[in-house]
Design a protein around this ligand. Structure first.
Ligand code: GLU
Length: 468
């Protein structure tokens, strides 16, 4: 931090109007990572003023998704609907100081104005009828019309900002008409609330989706009218889905929490999303700690990121490998619980995780493997016919008898297998595949002795028993 500079304060300001997907939550990850990288604060603000479309359920998915991904906030959640009194106070203040004014133009008049402008091939905009100017006399106030409040936008000059993603953006003030900041019933409008909140919450860096670029010059003008210094802006390019469309529920995006349910690791999703619009050299796989150490606003990508589930799976597989078995264990227990299997934590479970995790991308896939240790398996008829051939069946009996007499650990199991192969003149795969199909329900597994050693001996003997 530069001495004397205010400490970094970032925010995530979602509208709870539909469940949050990975594309949206990236707009939480970046401000979170930046606040953590700079030792600053991260604020959560729920923008729930669109009461028709906002829902408590959507708020819960946001909170749950952020909790899962470890995007902890230092302040909030603030709810805009709970800040109405504050917005009204600022509206009154702007009216008193002349940076806002009452406009009595009816919607019919506004429509007529718009039509005239379109007919004259001009851009439709408010014409300033009710804007007070020195020496100008305003029309008589009509009876029975509740006015809106408009912001008195500066005339002439330009709004300029150095966007951390888009570079320098300059918008002429003459392009901007006087924005409605309060409706006839006195409720404040969207851009106004954002400005009041960003000022009150002392936000220093606004990191958000680039669908808000068009709002930014208006917000900067209102900020300045309120005597505030505009924050730094970083407008993130959209996240596209695999078909190249903007990621959205309508286009099949899943809620963030579904990735948790599918057994992705939170750190892997954080890693994947961080890379989808930001880079640190060629690093593809990094921990949360490394992200926090490295994250900056100077290496944000300029082009849209495209979601790629196969890449996410790959990143998740790398994190599964890196994550200690003891950390994976409760997640695997949870996944087993989802299929009605209750498994206990302990070294036995951890050894099983260690044996299978290298071939898995999610904790659900680990649970797919481990289920055979806790619940009966049902080999397919085709697998049984393919591997339990007349040549192999007698060897299964021999192996079963040998195992019944053996002590139960990897080396002794391996010896039983070897002796059986020698006695029946079989090759390892012939016997091993048949044993796997019977005991594990599938023909491919890691090393047979290691897999068997993790079962209870009785279970193996029961599954190898070919007589009814
Ligand atoms: N509520 C807005 C949205 O969900 C974000 C506003 C902002 O970040 O300024 O798109």
């Amino acid at each position: 931090m530069t001495p004397g500079a205010p400490s970094v304060r970032t925010r995530f300001a979602p509208s709870p109007t539909g469940f949050i997907h990975l594309g949206n939550i990236r707009s939480a990850l970046y401000p979170w990572a930046y606040a953590r990288a700079k030792g600053g604060s991260f604020v959560l603000r729920i923008e729930d003023t669109d009461v028709e479309r906002s829902s408590e359920e959507a708020v819960q998915v946001i909170l749950e998704g952020m909790r899962w991904l470890g995007l902890d906030c230092d302040e909030g959640p603030y709810y805009q609907m709970q800040r109405m009194a504050r917005y009204k106070e600022v509206l009154a203040q702007m009216l008193a100081q002349g940076s806002a004014y009452r406009c009595y133009m009816s919607s019919a008049e506004l429509d007529a104005l718009r039509e005239r402008q379109l007919a004259a091939k001009a851009k439709p905009r408010y014409d300033g009828t009710w804007r007070p100017e020195p020496g100008k006399s305003l029309p008589p106030v009509p009876a029975g019309i509740e006015p809106v409040l408009r912001f008195r936008n500066p005339v002439g000059g330009a709004v300029v900002w150095e966007d951390k993603v888009k570079g320098r953006i300059e918008i002429q003030n003459d392009e901007l008409d006087d924005l409605v900041i309060a409706r006839p019933d006195g409720t404040p409008t969207y851009n106004f609330c954002v400005v009041v909140d960003d000022i009150d919450m002392a936000i220093t860096h606004v990191i958000r989706g680039d669908d808000h670029v068009n709002n930014t010059p208006r917000q900067i003008n209102i900020l300045r009218a309120l005597g505030a210094t505009p924050p730094v802006y970083a407008h993130l390019p959209t996240v596209l889905n695999e078909q190249g469309e903007k990621m959205s529920k309508r286009h099949g995006a899943k809620p963030v929490t579904q990735y948790r349910d599918e057994g992705y690791l939170a750190d892997a999703v954080v890693n994947y999303l961080a890379r989808l619009g930001w880079s640190h050299g060629d690093d593809e796989i990094f921990t949360r700690e490394q992200l926090v150490q490295w994250f900056d606003l100077d290496h944000l990508g300029k082009s849209a990121g495209q979601f790629d589930e196969a890449k996410l799976r790959w990143v998740s597989a790398q994190h599964i490998k890196m994550t200690p078995d003891a950390t994976l264990a409760p997640l695997v227990v949870e996944q087993l619980g989802r299929r009605g299997i209750s498994a206990a934590l302990g070294t036995h479970l951890e050894s099983a995780i260690a044996l299978f995790k290298d071939r898995c991308s999610t904790t659900r896939e680990i649970a797919d493997w481990l289920a055979m240790y806790f619940a009966p398996v049902t080999p397919s008829q085709a697998e049984l016919e393919a591997h339990l051939t007349p040549a192999v069946a007698p060897a299964i009996e021999t192996l079963r008898a040998a195992l019944a007499a053996a002590s139960w650990h990897r080396e002794s199991i391996q010896q039983c297998v070897k002796d059986t192969l020698a006695a029946h003149g079989l090759k390892m795969p012939q016997l091993a595949m048949a044993v796997r199909v019977l005991v594990c329900g599938r023909a491919q597994t890691p090393s047979l002795d290691a897999v068997l050693a993790l079962f209870d001996k009785d279970v193996v003997l029961a599954r190898l028993c070919l007589r009814d």
